[in-house]
Design a binder for this molecule. Structure first.
Ligand code: GP9
Ligand code: MN
Length: 428
């Protein structure tokens, strides 16, 4: 109820951080592309196999001087996987401990999401995905988030060999989506969700342009092939961006939504990474995914701050020069000085520069050794970190399960009217 909302608001207000003014508004008025790299993990960056880079195009973007790349950025998804990633990135709210909030609460809850915030500042907003509109209840949830358009599978030619696994093959999807993007009024906010690089990493023979790995685990050994294919699709998309000149008028944001290889494949991963074993600590570090902000003329570089998907929205809003000082968001600007670097995982574990916590055990993040005895101040520090994580997760859960945002409105924000949105192909 509304008293819970006050508790949440007080917590958020007490933890608000000033954004990095050096980056405030550097992308103001630019088009925004959000490129969702399905199941793409950070270890793929600069990873070589079969005498080649697995992802040369993404590597080039990662190392470009016009890209801000984060090498300690973690996925924080729970069972909602892609849905949790979308929820965190566009609301700075955590997914739920079980299930997927987009499914259980997406239709009826009040949100103050990125598409609504930007839509109220003159942006046309659109999401593109080669899967059916109902998957993860996107068609209903996107109305709650204020998306003007949702180009789902029904908008693309559905020839049978265009699809594999969960939806359209990324090269075909991105090429067809690009035709719609070009018709969007500018400035636009366009999210493009890839899907070919998805468990169990199937790919038709003619698209296999790199050897499978040889871990012997058939659901792992195709990963480099679908990742390589996704990378080629990204390369083609960036070429198209340049050919249209949209690259000069846009900021392009890439993120990996969650791990590709789960903790059930520890032996295979150990082989893949040439490690003698792969323990819980290693698996926590393995949750890194790329987060990259690419824009012509951006002061880029590799940023080592520890952060995660919950931090993306405040980071983007600052880059766009959008005031964000009274919203209910659990993340902080990744570029802000003196930010907390404790990255909360959905199950209460966390990674931070000094300590990592995995189901009750503490490790030194730099060495991976389990922490034996702690000095009193270290004890106090890890307790503070655990409390912070538990508090953030439980308050975020209250916002979702109690639908608390109906009791609160940021200054100047207009409530989203869901019935104003329709995603039918023959819409007027
Ligand atoms: C489903 C696709 C994959 O439409 O986005 O979702 P995931 O299985 O990764 O949550
Ligand atoms: Mn996913």
């Amino acid at each position: 109820d509304s008293s819970d909302m006050n508790t949440v608001k007080n917590y958020i207000n007490n933890n608000r951080l000033p954004s990095n003014v050096q980056y405030t508004g550097v992308a103001k008025g630019k088009n925004v592309f959000i490129i969702h790299l399905e199941s793409f993990q950070q270890f793929l960056i600069d990873f070589k196999w079969d005498n080649q880079e697995v992802t040369p195009n993404i590597n080039k973007l990662y190392h470009s001087k016009s890209t801000l790349s984060f090498d300690n950025f973690f996925n924080q998804v729970g069972q909602g996987k892609t849905a949790d990633a979308e929820l965190m990135l566009e609301n700075s709210l955590f997914g739920l401990p079980e299930g997927a909030a987009m499914v259980t609460d997406g239709t009826s809850n009040t949100f103050q999401a990125a598409p609504a915030i930007l839509g109220q500042r003159g942006y046309t907003t659109a999401s593109f995905h080669g899967d059916v509109p109902s998957f993860w209840n996107r068609d209903n949830t996107y109305k709650s988030w204020g998306y003007d358009y949702f180009f789902s599978s029904k908008y693309y030619k559905d020839k049978k060999d265009y699809n594999i696994g969960y939806g359209m093959k990324d090269k075909i999807f991105l090429r067809d989506a690009a035709n719609y993007v070009q018709q969007l009024p500018q400035p636009f906010y366009a999210k493009l969700i890839t899907v070919t690089n998805h468990y169990p990493y199937l790919l038709d023979k003619k698209n296999q342009t790199i050897q499978k790995t040889n871990t012997g685990d058939s659901t792992v050994d195709g990963y480099v092939q679908t990742a390589h294919y996704l990378d080629q699709a990204v390369g083609e998309f960036m070429d198209w961006l340049q050919a249209t000149g949209l690259d000069k008028k846009s900021v392009v944001i890439f993120y990996g939504d969650h791990y590709g290889i789960s903790a059930n494949h520890k032996k295979a991963v150990a082989k893949l990474l040439n490690k003698k074993d792969f323990d819980n600590f290693d698996n926590a570090q393995f949750q890194r995914v790329p987060f990259m902000i690419h824009m012509n003329g951006l002061q880029g570089g590799i940023n080592h701050t520890y952060g995660g998907e919950i931090d993306v929205l405040p980071t983007i809003l600052n880059l766009l020069g959008v005031k964000n000082d009274d919203t209910i968001q659990f993340g902080t600007d990744l570029l802000a000085p003196k930010r907390s670097e404790v990255v909360a995982f959905r199950n209460g574990d966390f990674v931070a520069p000094d300590f990592t916590k995995v189901n009750g055990t503490y490790y030194y993040t730099k060495t991976g050794e389990t922490v034996g005895s702690l000095t009193p101040e270290q004890q106090q520090k890890v307790e503070q970190m655990s409390n912070r994580v538990d508090t953030e997760l439980s308050l975020s859960d209250k916002v979702i399960t109690g639908d608390l945002l109906r009791f609160y409105k940021p200054k100047g924000f207009q409530k989203v009217v869901k019935k104003d949105y329709s995603y039918n192909k023959n819409k007027s």
